[in-house]
Design a protein around this ligand. Structure first.
Ligand code: SF4
Ligand code: SF4
Length: 79
């Protein structure tokens, strides 16, 4: 579910899945300009402070390289 914020969501690029596309469709789909790429030869990363949680990037990456983790989905570890 998307509530318009990224409060409890962490998105990451899985370097094992990312093909370092010349045109990153996930980046192009991001209206928050949250994708950062310092080097064209490397996978982008996502600046979560700019992300508002639309999940568009997850949907459009053709290789499933944008992976999401929602805090609170799992039980808290003991201790
Ligand atoms: S995140 Fe997806 S679309 Fe972007 S460079 Fe990696 S594989 Fe390509
Ligand atoms: S969820 Fe939306 S705002 Fe956040 S990085 Fe992906 S496309 Fe950008």
């Amino acid at each position: 579910m998307t509530d318009g914020t990224a409060r409890n969501i962490m998105l990451k690029i899985d370097d094992g899945l990312c093909r370092v596309c010349k045109r990153c469709l996930a980046d192009e789909s991001c209206r928050g300009s949250a994708f950062v790429r310092f080097d064209k030869q490397e996978s982008p990363f996502i600046d979560m402070s700019r992300c508002w949680g639309c999940m568009e990037c997850v949907a459009v990456c053709p290789f499933g390289a944008v992976v999401r983790h929602t805090y609170g989905d799992e039980a808290l570890p003991p201790g």
